[in-house]
Design a protein around this ligand. Structure first.
Ligand code: TPP
Ligand code: MG
Length: 1117
């Protein structure tokens, strides 16, 4: 039905009508054709043509069909039968009687093979059927293609009426499966429609040949899914690439190259299996063709202009990719197996997660290429958006606006590709103007299993790749045991990307020869599949046999290529043995060449700027576009701009202005600023308004921050797709590329960041520790309980704080460099600013630091418009800086000895507290101190404040519940700050978020306890554990460690925890005996809500009651 309907639809437009006639007529003389098309053209202008439905010859033909069908449904072709049955056809009033000026089909003077007469209905039916069959193959041929190397899913061929066995079955051909053609029709010539290229130079072919060619193209080792693509041009492009005769012919040189690459891929796994038989490596066996496949994609892309490829991939085949695609030195890879300690900072990661970056000559294209594999966590697919962000950033910095020079390749497992939602979320970034990377090639290493689970139980979609259909990406399924088919698909994929700059997917259907890892037993769960696998020859052997049989190479050559590679491996293996340490820096995926060199690692550049700069930015930010007369701005926004201008004139800034000052001044200094997130252009709370929209012209916008200075850096602010996971991952990736950029992601409300939790846990908080990779990404998280109910109240700051790596029990040495050393040592910064000026400074400090740390910033909602939450320009101009703590500057601060109570707090509750204090007239009795930078904890300033108010009671007041907010983080740190001591109850381990250590993976550490040598290893990798079992008298100072350490020239923090600990110990302060100092000094108590399960109450009245209670409690003496 669909086919017939399509044919019919084609008849509707004059052009389509021509097409229709063209394919129907086998050999019409040009004159006849001209007559027919002229008639069609005339029809365009007659009254009938104005009808929205068909007319003319086709219409009358359809009507004839319809009438015949009404009389006897079996008298018409099954396609017409189905069509009319579907009620899709309604006879329009103008169809009968036939208009006098229309041309019935019989007016065509058929010539050539059809005898120069009007075609009979069988001829037409047969042509329609052939076209429908061609279309069926194109649309659904993949359903019957021979994709499974194990043959488990491969369907048997069926014998057609003509006696030939074919794969295309009912699923493919539907109503045409038992089509009317018999053997007698097989030699009949059929005109080929313009939507097929199987004919090559031939305009018509015998039916038998048509079917054979279609079988070969669509139901062989490649299954192409593309007919859902809405663009006819793209569909035709793909048809041409697969249907043109001879596309799968490879030259002997090409074949030998494939064989050589496959030999390396296979040899690498075999070598590792031989040398490290009990190690997990997540080998590629069963899908080794992925390596030549990636190389082919890179070769073709390089040939087409790509200079840099950024890859993201999971565990499977990762080492092989590093070795044979990136050409990472084999000895560096083998060193990872040796369980060596690291020579540099960081806790490291397991070998099959590490990234790399390599620049090398592509020998095939003779062009230089950069290859990066982005380090990834165990969380499958989490790296996808990170890779995209990094790619986008690299394109941006190279001015590669169309993605011609930089591209990304994402490699997936079959189970993860369909199972993980972030794949879908990432796909949806693919065509967004500010997020597109102009086409990603996705490669699925489809081994038809996920750990122990069959696809039958892990997905509801027919293919693991169906998610890609949503973005109209063509999907090329291919049997991984057919190297030439795979190479062809890869070539097409690379050309597709270069032509259309859209995503596409290669589904390499292979198998997994071993268990999930090399130690797993797959027969427990997939016995039948593995019986087959055990008998199945590997791809290399199959291909070598084929090439030998056809005479492309000899058995000796095959052997010698393999032996040569094994030699290379042996040499690298010997070299690896001489290594004593691994270096994490060798595994860095985003080196920042030049950034660290020549920098004083303890120097922060000033963050205040000249007042005239602030005024200039303020004036620009509050002005309409230069063509204001034509640009119609919303009246409400004119008021916003006017209010901004008034503030600038008064030299004060509210939140939005403070932010604009930070952005504008950085842009002036050549720092690219990129802000992304849901609705960030306006701002969720309608306070930002960076993009002004012309009220009468679509897409006419003005962004003043892009027009501050003629030579400024680019500013980009982008409303994102409604995804946190992918977008935060993307921005993290973006921030990895260039340290000289301020990249910010804003959550709509802070709580929504939890849907990006894997990015936060796996990348942002632990990335430097695991992968020596730094990022200065800023997360803006609206936070604060304002009676809006439990949602939207909390960014769950307690979780971020719990992941902060500063030691609660350790007071670092006090010096002028206290703050910067703390920042250097921690994994990220968590802050909650109460003033626009401090917000401005902390943003600028991100760039002023000589290193990069992620910044987690609780941002306000009501403070955006709070009359007191404003800062004078003097707090942002030269000489001013970020205040980690804002002391009480009122009567209490001026007369500290009279103060009875000091209330420490953070965030917006400060304004409630001061209001209550004023109401109660306790300004001299109670000091309120704001902790603006919560982590790393300002031990030094807290101590200073506590000393200032010697006689006062100390409390921490927070609006969040006791088990939430900052209390659990600040409490032990307050005790340490107040008593300058270490806690007794903790063992000696310094906090560190990344919970793996150095080079040895966790499993090995656990099993290591079995042997003496291994327990030594354990002691090395977990010194705190061994210390727990030493006598107290042994655990004093470590004579080998310096009493105080200077940061080395390369500014790596001391590499091992015990060294770091001693390095941090204040000079002259001896370690406490056994680390046991009891805390008997001052205390801090908690004021606020009790513990709670939800972040806030749903009742506004209750919220106010609770808030008042805590304010009363805090502000009382
Ligand atoms: C988000 C996430 N959930 C669960 C796991 C645990 N896990 C590791 S590998 C794996 C199976 C992956 O299967 P597939 O994607 O097909 O890749 P394959 O291992 O078969 O190459 C699972 C469930 C994980 N790593 N990440
Ligand atoms: Mg799998």
């Amino acid at each position: 039905m669909h086919r017939a309907h399509t044919a019919f639809s084609l008849a509707l437009s004059p052009k389509a009508h021509k097409n229709f006639a063209t394919w129907l007529l086998k050999s019409t003389s040009s004159q006849q054709m001209a007559k027919a098309t002229a008639a069609a053209a005339v029809r365009t202008y007659n009254s009938a043509a104005a009808e929205p439905f068909a007319n003319g010859s086709t219409a009358s033909y359809v009507e004839e069909m319809y009438n015949a069908w009404l009389r006897d449904p079996t008298s018409v072709h099954t396609s017409w039968d189905a069509y009319f049955r579907s009620n899709s056809y309604t006879s329009p009033p103008n169809l009968a009687p036939v208009q006098a000026n229309t041309l019935p089909l019989t007016a065509f003077n058929f010539g050539g093979a059809v005898g120069g007469a009007a075609p009979d209905s069988k001829t037409i039916d047969d042509h329609l059927a052939v076209q429908a069959i061609i279309r069926s193959y194109q649309s659904r041929g993949h359903l019957a293609s021979d994709l499974d190397p194990l043959g488990i899913l491969t369907r048997e061929k069926t014998v057609c009426k003509d006696g030939l066995a074919r794969r295309a079955n009912e699923d493919v051909l539907r109503q045409h499966s038992g089509f009317l053609f018999g053997e007698q029709d097989m030699e009949r010539q059929f005109k080929l429609p313009s939507t097929t290229f199987i004919g090559g130079d031939e305009a018509s072919l015998p039916l038998k040949e048509i079917l054979n060619r279609l079988e070969n193209v669509y139901c062989n080792k490649i299954g192409v899914e593309f007919m859902f693509i809405n663009s006819l041009e793209q569909c035709n492009w793909i048809r041409k690439r697969f249907e043109t005769p001879g596309v799968l012919n490879f030259s002997p040189e090409e074949k030998r190259l494939i064989l050589a690459r496959l030999t390396r891929a296979t040899g690498f796994e075999a070598f590792l299996a031989k040398k490290y038989s009990s190690e997990k490596r997540f080998g590629l066996e069963g899908c080794e063709i992925m390596i030549p496949a990636l190389k082919e994609i890179i070769d073709v892309s390089t040939e087409l202009g790509v200079e840099s490829v950024i890859m993201g991939m999971p565990h499977r085949g990762r080492l092989n990719t590093l070795a044979n695609v990136c050409r990472k030195p084999l000895n560096q890879i083998f060193t990872q197996f040796a369980g060596l300690e690291a020579a540099d900072d960081g806790s490291g990661d397991v070998k099959y997660h590490l990234g790399t970056y390599i620049e090398r000559l592509n020998r095939v294209t003779n062009k230089n290429i950069r290859l990066a594999v982005v380090a990834n966590p165990s969380h499958l697919e989490a790296v996808d958006p990170v890779v995209q962000g990094k790619t986008r950033a690299e394109q941006f910095y190279r001015g590669d606006q169309e993605g011609k020079k930089v591209m990304s390749i994402l490699i997936h497992g079959d189970a993860a590709f369909c199972g993980q939602g972030v794949v879908y979320e990432t796909m949806h970034l693919s065509d967004l103007p500010d997020y597109t990377t102009h086409g990603t090639i996705h490669v699925v290493a489809n081994n038809q299993i996920g750990f122990t689970t069959d696809p039958r139980f892990s997905r509801s979609s027919p293919y693991c790749t169906d998610v890609a259909r949503v973005v109209n990406a063509p999907i090329f399924h291919v049997n991984a045991d057919d190297p030439e088919a795979v190479m062809h698909v890869c070539k097409v994929a690379a050309e597709w990307r270069a032509t259309f700059h859209k995503d596409c997917v290669i589904d390499l259907v292979g198998y997994r020869r071993n268990g999930h890892n090399e130690i797993d037993e797959p027969m427990f769960t997939q016995p039948l599949m593995y019986q087959k696998i055990r008998k199945h020859k590997n791809c290399l052997d199959l291909y070598a046999d084929k090439l030998i049989a056809e005479g492309t190479c000899t058995a000796e050559e095959v052997k010698s290529v393999a032996a040569k590679y094994e030699n290379i491996c042996e040499e690298a293996f010997a070299l690896a043995k001489t290594e004593t340490h691994v270096k994490y820096k060798d595994w860095l995926d985003s080196p920042w060449s030049g950034f660290f060199e020549g920098k004083d690692p303890l120097k922060v550049a000033p963050t205040g700027v000249k007042e005239e700069t602030l005024i200039h930015i303020g004036n620009r930010f509050s002005s309409p576009p230069p063509n204001a007369a034509e640009f119609v701005i919303h009246k409400g926004l004119l008021r916003v701009l006017a209010a901004r201008k008034a503030m600038v004139d008064e030299k004060i800034a509210d939140w939005a202005l403070g932010e604009a000052m930070a952005f504008g001044s950085l842009l002036k200094e050549g720092i690219h600023v990129r802000l992304s997130g849901q609705d960030v252009e306006r701002g969720t709370f309608s306070h930002r308004h960076h993009v002004l929209h012309h009220q009468l012209v679509d897409k006419a916008t003005y962004n003043s921050l892009q027009h501050m200075y003629p030579d400024q850096a680019p500013y980009s602010v982008s409303n994102s797709s409604l995804s946190e996971y992918a977008v935060l991952g993307f921005e993290h990736g973006y921030s990895m590329t260039n340290p000289n950029a301020l990249v910010l992601w804003e959550a709509q409300f802070g709580d929504f960041s939890n849907t990006a939790q894997s990015i936060i846990d796996q990348f942002i908080s632990s990335g430097q520790s695991k992968w020596v990779r730094q990022s200065g990404l800023v997360m803006l998280l609206p936070h604060g309980m304002e009676g809006m109910g439990p949602e939207h109240s909390s960014c769950r700051v307690e979780r971020f704080l719990q992941m902060s790596s500063d030691d609660p029990d350790y007071f670092p040495p006090e010096s002028d460099e206290f703050a910067i050393r703390q920042l250097h040592d921690i994994n990220w910064i968590v802050a909650n600013c109460t003033t626009p000026a401090n917000y401005y400074h902390i943003l600028r400090r991100q760039i002023a630091l000589p290193f990069r740390k992620p910044l987690i910033l609780c941002t306000p909602k009501s403070l955006l418009r709070h009359p007191e939450a404003k800062s004078p320009f003097s707090e942002m101009s030269e000489g001013s800086e970020f205040q980690r703590i804002i002391p009480d500057n009122g009567p209490a601060g001026q007369n500290p000895s009279n103060v009875k109570k000091v209330v420490f707090c953070t965030g917006r509750v400060y304004y409630d507290l001061t209001k209550t204090r004023t109401e109660k007239q306790l300004e001299s009795d109670i000091a309120i101190v704001r902790v603006e930078q919560v982590s790393p904890f300002p031990f030094d300033l807290v101590k200073e404040q506590a000393n200032l108010y010697k006689n006062a009671e100390l409390v921490w007041a927070q609006e969040e519940h006791k088990n939430q907010g900052c209390w659990t983080y600040v409490q032990p740190r307050f005790l340490t700050a107040l008593n300058h001591s270490r806690d007794v109850s903790q063992s000696d381990q310094q906090s560190s978020y990344s919970n793996t250590t150095n080079t040895t993976d966790h499993t090995n550490q656990v099993s290591a306890t079995d042997s003496d040598s291994n327990s030594e290893l354990l002691q090395k990798s977990k010194p705190w554990l061994s210390r727990m079992f030493t006598k107290e008298s042994d655990s004093g100072s470590d004579p080998a460690s310096p009493a105080s350490g200077a940061i080395g020239s390369d500014f790596n923090a001391a590499k091992h925890f015990h060294v770091r600990h001693d390095f941090n110990r204040p000079a002259g302060v001896a370690a406490a005996p056994g680390g046991r100092i009891s805390k008997t000094g001052r205390k801090i108590s908690y004021v606020g809500r009790a513990c709670g399960a939800s972040t806030a109450t749903g009742s506004k009245a209750m919220h106010i009651r609770e808030l008042n209670a805590l304010l009363n409690d805090a502000i009382s003496t």
